[in-house]
Design a binder for this molecule. Structure first.
Ligand SMILES: Nc1ncnc2c1ncn2[C@@H]1O[C@H](COP(=O)(O)OP(=O)(O)O)[C@@H](O)[C@H]1O
Ligand SMILES: [Mg+2]
Length: 411
């Protein structure tokens, strides 16, 4: 770094879970979360959902200090697929997470601590650690759900009354939770049943789950009562004002050597389509290129086409290359629908394929392929049985690909 004030670091942070330099918008969601924290009896749990890169993880991170400031304890993790394999795994995951908090608290001692089942006593002259929780779990007779419930109830009994309004159980990537009927394992239903049951008993443990748009339909499918158990916050693109803030605020500081011209801000806004990840990505590229040019005394200019190409390679190309030729053909048909950026139906795709392709897709073929594209994380089916692209701005990428192909065809 030279001594001439160029040590200003690129503030933009494209990357899963990286806190942005300025968290734009999301005020409604923050208000809703604050409201949820005011519940004495938990009637409403929270789901934070939306496409990849829309800002779920960083918003969940932002919820944490708010909850703590209101006195709540915060427990949680990413839910890996392994954690959701069996009921036992999920229970262990939750106990391990809970132990992080309870082992740091001075809880009521041995004599006062009663386990829910049979009033047995547990040694807890020290703070409740994982082994203590585990021993309650192991000693409780019955199903895994009885055991987990006993652990959760014991912890609540051990917390001094009036000390905390409750515990938030925050789980990111919760779309990984699933029941596995074939294996007789129902970890997803276990979590829902246990929380519903202890919440009915008046224990203020609140679930805050984050995940892709497949999450909520998945919960409802497992247990219909979840429809009423969760308040769903669907994160979408930032509006114009908020995306402008996300672009400009981070470089407003006095020691920032460069500023974006109005035309640049507009161009970034348009290309990013309000999607936070794309804003961070594009801004970071602009900033780096300009800073280099600035340092070497060059005229500042950036080719948007170059940045777009880099975005395509970094973000889209991997997903695209994993699709088969026929899947790509189908996605090209979808990207040609006027409603490709909102929901579309099997019928619409089949109809359009008749006019666009020599070998069109039948309805049932479209249905089948949409299922495999869902499994690949490229589309998803919403609660009303319609489909949507599961990757933000995928349609523009596909159109760029199609254009490139066309320009490469011999004339
Ligand atoms: N409100 C926001 N304002 C500005 N940037 C944001 C905002 N929310 C998220 N980002 C940025 O977007 C990217 C994706 O965020 P992340 O929380 O990982 O998304 P998700 O969990 O939905 O996939 C990160 O680079 C993050 O810094
Ligand atoms: Mg995330």
């Amino acid at each position: 770094m030279s001594a001439s004030g160029y040590s200003f670091e690129n503030p933009f942070r494209p990357g899963a879970g990286h806190m942005p330099p300025y968290l734009a918008g999301r005020t409604e969601e923050l208000d809703d979360f604050r409201k949820a924290l005011r519940q004495k009896t938990i009637l409403e749990n929270v789901i934070l959902t939306g496409l990849r890169g829309v800002g779920k993880t960083v918003l969940l991170e932002t919820f944490k200090p708010i909850a703590r400031q209101a006195g709540w304890l915060w427990v949680g993790q990413d839910l890996s697929e392994a954690a959701s394999l069996t009921e036992q795994n999920l229970s262990e995951r939750m106990m391990a997470d809970l132990a992080v908090v309870t082992s740091g608290l001075l809880l009521r001692t041995e004599k006062q601590l009663q386990v829910g089942f049979g009033g047995r006593e547990v040694e807890a002259s020290h703070p409740l650690g994982y082994d203590d929780l585990r021993s309650i779990f192991d000693k409780t007779p019955g199903l895994v759900s009885d055991k987990l419930k006993a652990v959760l109830l014991s912890v609540w009994e051990a917390l001094s009354p009036g000390n905390t309004p409750g515990i938030v159980f925050a789980y990111d990537e919760a779309q990984n939770l699933a029941d596995h009927a074939g294996k007789g394992q129902f970890p997803l239903s276990l979590m829902l049943d246990v929380f519903q049951s202890i919440q009915r008993m008046g224990v203020p443990y609140m679930l805050v789950l984050t995940g892709l748009p497949t999450l909520f339909p998945k919960l409802v499918e497992a247990r219909t009562y979840t429809e009423r158990m969760f308040h769903v916050l669907f994160l979408t693109q930032l509006n114009d004002r908020d995306s402008r803030d996300a672009i400009t605020r981070p470089i407003e500081g006095e020691n920032c050597p460069i500023a974006f011209k109005e035309k640049t801000v507009e161009r970034i806004q348009k290309t990013a389509g309000g999607y936070p990840y794309f804003i961070q990505f594009i801004c970071r590229e602009y900033f780096d290129t300009w800073l280099n040019q600035h340092r070497s005394g060059q005229e500042m200019s950036v080719s948007s086409a170059d940045i777009l190409r880099k975005l395509d390679t970094d973000f889209f190309a991997g997903r695209w290359s994993r699709a088969t030729d026929r899947q790509r053909e189908l996605m090209e048909v979808i990207a040609s629908l006027p409603n490709c950026d909102s929901e579309f139906t099997v019928q619409e795709v089949a109809d359009l394929s008749k006019t666009l392709l020599d070998k069109p897709f039948s309805r049932s073929h479209v249905s089948q392929m949409l299922v495999s594209l869902s499994q690949a994380g490229l589309v998803y089916k919403n609660r009303y049985g319609k489909y949507l692209f599961a990757v933000p701005l995928l349609s523009s990428f596909i159109k760029r690909q199609m254009q490139e192909q066309r320009s490469m065809l011999p004339v």
